[in-house]
Design a protein around this ligand. Structure first.
Ligand code: FE2
Length: 399
């Protein structure tokens, strides 16, 4: 079967029917010219071409298949000639039809599941173990790393595998210890409902590390981890209208501290965002991010006609987050760390006995998600692994 090409009457669309496919694929004129093989590849970073250099009335004047049958030759109205391999065009065809690559697959977890565990000694930089850590965080949202050296620098060394540590208003690494005069709930011995960190940032904390240097005395201080994606999916099934409200309606998140404290500067941060972010439209749009922290919300400024239904939806989400059905509870021991996607996996803890002498010590830091996903893609390239044809989830959008 030979391939054939045809042009729309106005020259704005090229139809390519590759032999045997029985279906012509349509390519828009500007889209096609943007991919012209005479230009440096889009991956090179060396392109100087601008769409402004072609006329607005650009048209395909004529097009045909060369003698080999494998090359489409296009003559353009501005005199340029493009030559595409038909196989290259077919590889690009999904994008020409407006389709993005599928997202990476996630495995949801609930309270019945076990945490994925990786030993620290498998995490040599650049190794398959390094890849497996980042891939597991992408798939499961949280990984437990065991066997870290008993030194503070283990936090930074683990973070190095993810990317550059982001400075937050707590600095580079937040040493969470129990303080007699706590200025944040983290520094008290009280429990914390599961939440995502820094929702008051336009881009909240990304892939975060909670590294235990010393556990609390007694039996408290148990970490709680909740898969925000699992909560969202459960709500989507139980109450689609509530799910939709949590996707569509933005609420304010705030962090206001008028005076600097020992580990944190003075801040007045405000960001709006929805509790659930999805990729695209429609009732089954995949969830990409969660922004949920009841202690960090401002006054809801929601249209009066939906405020009641919004609170019911928000309540339904919060109820699930607080339910043991969705909670994995695990008491971190010294030398253990959670590596978790803060825009998916919510974290909290149970309270514990007064510990101002015991010095429970947890170290917290975060790396932007795009850096971590960049590292994951590079490791897949280096080790020639599958999965580069998928998109990673872009997290909780501001809005
Ligand atoms: Fe937190």
């Amino acid at each position: 079967m030979t391939s054939t090409v045809s042009i729309s009457a106005d020259g704005t669309v090229l139809m390519v029917d590759v032999g045997g496919r029985h279906e012509a694929v349509e390519f828009n004129r500007f889209w096609l010219r943007d991919q012209c093989p005479s230009l440096p590849t889009k991956r090179s970073g060396l392109r100087t071409w601008s769409v402004a250099t072609v006329p607005a009335d650009l048209a395909v004047v004529n097009a045909g298949i060369d003698d080999s049958g494998d090359v489409v030759i296009i003559n353009w109205s501005d005199g340029h000639i493009s030559e595409f391999k038909t196989t290259d065009l077919m590889e690009l065809a999904p994008q020409a039809q407006g389709r993005r690559p599928p997202l990476t697959e996630v495995s949801l977890f609930t309270g019945k599941d076990e945490l994925p565990v990786l030993p620290a000694d498998s995490l040599t930089p650049g190794s398959m173990g390094h890849h497996d850590l980042l891939a597991a965080v992408d798939r499961y949202g949280v990984v437990l790393v065991r066997g870290l050296p008993h030194e503070d620098s283990a936090t930074e060394n683990l973070a190095e595998l993810l990317g550059r540590i982001r400075h937050t208003d707590f600095g580079r690494v937040f040493d969470i210890v129990t303080e007699p005069e706590a200025w944040t709930l983290s520094q008290s011995n009280r429990g914390q409902d599961a939440h995502s960190d820094d929702p008051f940032r336009y881009s909240p904390s990304g892939i975060s590390i909670l590294h235990c240097r010393a556990a609390a005395g007694g039996s408290g201080g148990v970490s709680i981890v909740v898969d925000g994606f699992a909560v969202a999916e459960d709500l989507r099934v139980a109450d689609p209208a509530a799910f939709d409200l949590l996707c569509r309606v933005s609420i304010p998140f705030i962090r206001h501290r008028a005076e600097a404290v020992d580990q944190g500067e003075d801040v007045n941060m405000v960001a709006y965002g929805s509790v659930i972010t999805v990729d695209g439209d429609g009732p089954s749009a995949p969830v990409t991010g969660i922004r949920f922290h009841e202690r960090s919300t401002g006054v809801f400024d929601i249209a009066p006609d939906i405020v009641d239904s919004y609170y019911l939806a928000y309540r339904a989400f919060a109820e699930r987050v607080r339910s043991e059905e969705f909670q994995i509870r695990y008491r971190l021991d010294a030398g253990e760390a959670f590596v978790f996607d803060n825009q998916r996996a919510l974290h909290g803890r149970t309270g514990y006995e007064d510990d101002t002498a015991g010095r429970r010590h947890i170290r917290l830091c975060t790396v932007d998600r795009d850096q971590v996903h960049s590292r994951l893609r590079r490791l897949k390239e280096i080790h020639d692994l599958d999965g580069l044809d998928r998109r990673t989830r872009s997290g909780a959008s501001p809005g």
